[in-house]
Design a protein around this ligand. Structure first.
Ligand SMILES: [Zn+2]
Length: 473
């Protein structure tokens, strides 16, 4: 990057941190969604953790008096950007934090560099990044979609054990079940995950139903439409061809979910964003889309230049995708009412799914489905934290990680109040939204600059080719 330095095109610096180490947030209402609220409280923070919550008034005036303090949000399904010369980790991290997402679960490291880059940035402590919980490489069989996939040769316990060891060695706490797995392979992997203390989540693989696969935490509601009903056998069709999913099928899914204790991360926002292909040029002009570097729209999400799955016809979007969104909301509500566990994830990296902003859209889809705002908050904080197995994550209580959002208006009353976010505490460091916004604008300007824009575009083309290994999807 020596040339860029000489041209004065320095990469934007990190946002200023307003408080770290030991500090207090005084005069706030602490809300643990569905688990109580405490007005006039002072939160004590030290070394990245919450050390106490008291009624003590500090002698120091607090800029946050009167604010509402909630636990940081968790996105349960993202794909962090690959690590390359563009250093995309930092920009994505800024977007997550700016929208209140302080933890993400990486649901499969696309090229094997993404999670390590985020962890490195976190260790260095210069640029803030959300807490990263990972699945490591994908685990599948047959032909790999992504290069970074462990392929099982057979359903033996030895093969499953070797896969679990590799996932564990990658620093992951989950295993991502992916395409090509057979039912005997899934059962073997379950045994290996139990042995190696790995939690499980993933796709119901191609050709299998939800109830035959019995994946512990199903992503994208895959397997809900029965394979024989699909228009074509592709990932997009398995996500969207819900025309045959009727009341009877939904009842069967609810029954199987309760019977086998299955959890679901539906990622409905992914389908909602597919509708942007109705008018790609109009989407491109949305202010929201300027939050990501231009190469996403120029290459990665482009209908012709990106993945083959991006070529979505208007007719298909109207016939399948739009009604599937409504049915998925209906199924989510049914599952919720039946007492089944749901999580909120977005599948960031999919077209037009913006880090951070998309989790708020997913929350809104759950609320529109009929689940109350505060209940959705609980799913996206406490329930997610419990699932990730990090003590206290998703709660504001002593010994919990200091991941705290400060709102001027109560965001459990109406989701619109999320726009009143004033500051984010991530791993015990406080950032003001005005500072995060300024850093984001610098990052946008950098990627849109005449010199960086074409370089970034070429880098994206190469990264795309690397991640998919020319296989497409
Ligand atoms: Zn995904």
């Amino acid at each position: 990057m020596g040339v860029l330095d000489r041209l004065g095109l320095r990469r934007p610096g990190p946002p200023p941190c307003s408080a770290s180490g030991q500090f207090q947030i005084a005069g706030v209402t602490v809300i643990n969604p569905m688990h109580g609220r405490r007005a006039g409280a002072t939160i004590e923070i030290s070394g990245g953790s919450i050390t106490g919550i008291s009624d003590a008034q500090t002698p120091l005036p607090s800029g946050f008096a009167g604010c509402f303090a909630l636990p940081g949000l968790v996105d349960m399904h993202v794909h962090l950007p690959p690590d390359n010369a563009l250093k995309l980790t930092q920009g994505a991290a800024l977007l997550y934090l700016r929208h209140g997402v302080t933890s993400v679960r990486d649901a499969g490291d696309l090229d094997g560099t993404a999670v390590a880059a985020a962890r490195r940035s976190s260790r260095q402590g210069v640029y803030p990044v959300p807490r990263v919980i990972s699945c490591g490489p994908f685990v599948g069989a047959g032909k790999a979609t992504f290069k970074n996939t462990i392929l099982l040769a057979d359903a033996s316990a030895a093969a499953a054990d070797a896969a679990a060891r590799r996932v564990k060695a990658d620093g992951a706490s989950f295993m991502k079940f992916y395409e090509g797995l057979t039912e005997p392979m899934i059962r073997s992997l379950e045994g290996a995950c139990a042995k190696h203390d790995l939690r499980m989540m993933g796709h119901v693989p191609r050709g299998m139903t939800y109830e035959d696969a019995r994946i512990a935490e199903v992503q994208h509601f895959f397997g809900v439409p029965e394979p024989a009903t699909l228009e074509r056998d592709t990932l997009v069709n398995r996500s969207c061809d819900w025309h045959a999913v009727d009341e009877r099928r939904m009842d069967a899914i609810v029954d199987a979910t309760l019977k086998y204790g299955i959890a679901n991360t539906p990622t409905i926002v992914t389908n909602q964003k597919m509708l942007c292909y109705r008018d790609f040029e109009a989407t491109r002009r949305q202010p929201e889309m300027s939050k990501v570097p231009p190469f996403y729209l120029d290459v990665v999400w482009h209908p012709e230049r990106g993945r083959p799955g991006n070529r979505m016809q208007r007719d298909y979007l109207d016939r399948q995708v739009a009604p599937a969104i409504a049915k998925k909301q209906q199924l989510a509500k049914r599952l919720f009412d039946a007492g089944a566990q749901l999580y909120l994830g977005t599948d960031v990296a999919q077209p037009f799914v913006i880090p951070g902003a998309s989790l708020i859209e997913e929350m809104t889809l759950f609320i529109d489905a009929g689940i109350r705002v505060e209940q959705v908050w609980q799913l996206a904080t406490r329930d997610a934290g419990d699932r990730l197995g990090i003590r206290g994550l998703g709660r504001i209580e002593p010994d919990a990680p200091a991941d705290i959002l400060l709102f001027r208006r109560d965001p459990t009353q109406t989701i619109g109040n999320l726009s009143s976010l004033e500051a984010v505490v991530t791993a015990g460091k406080l950032y003001r939204i005005t500072d995060l916004d300024r850093a984001l604008r610098s990052s946008q300007a950098y990627f849109a600059s005449p010199l960086i824009k074409p370089l970034a575009r070429r880098g994206a083309e190469r990264a795309l080719a690397r991640a998919f290994g020319g296989a497409g999807a």
